[in-house]
Design a protein around this ligand. Structure first.
Ligand SMILES: [Zn+2]
Length: 118
């Protein structure tokens, strides 16, 4: 059987989208402790974000919002963006970025309890 040359696609690092970046900037501005912002994308299209401090603790309140909408969707109003509906979660690091090892520790602490992203 011929092996299909299935090149394993390098898992693309998740990066903040343009509209998310604006939020991230605003959150970091209001959270001097923050060295990054956790971005959680929900299947409904809403987003949850919170600044994270160097020790992996939250450095801001969790913000939940929906692009180009005055309010979040009814589902999120109900369950507040339940983990079950998370499609992606990652940290957008502020510059200067922490070292790789620091990132790993913080990511594990912050995202460790969240479902794996695919
Ligand atoms: Zn929603």
């Amino acid at each position: 059987m011929a092996k299909t040359s299935k090149k394993k696609e390098a898992k693309q690092a998740l990066v903040a989208e343009k509209n998310e970046q604006a939020m991230v900037a605003g959150i970091l501005e209001g959270s001097p402790e923050g060295i990054g912002v956790v971005i959680v994308r929900l299947e409904c299209g809403c987003r949850k974000m919170a600044a994270v401090a160097k020790d992996g603790e939250p450095a801001s309140k969790i913000i939940i919002y929906r692009d180009q909408a005055e309010s979040i969707c009814p589902k999120c109003k109900e369950d507040n963006g339940d983990f079950m509906r998370v499609t992606e979660a990652f940290i957008h690091w502020a510059t200067p970025e922490p070292s790789e090892s620091e990132k790993e520790i913080i990511s594990a602490k912050v995202l460790g309890t969240m479902p794996a992203t695919s």
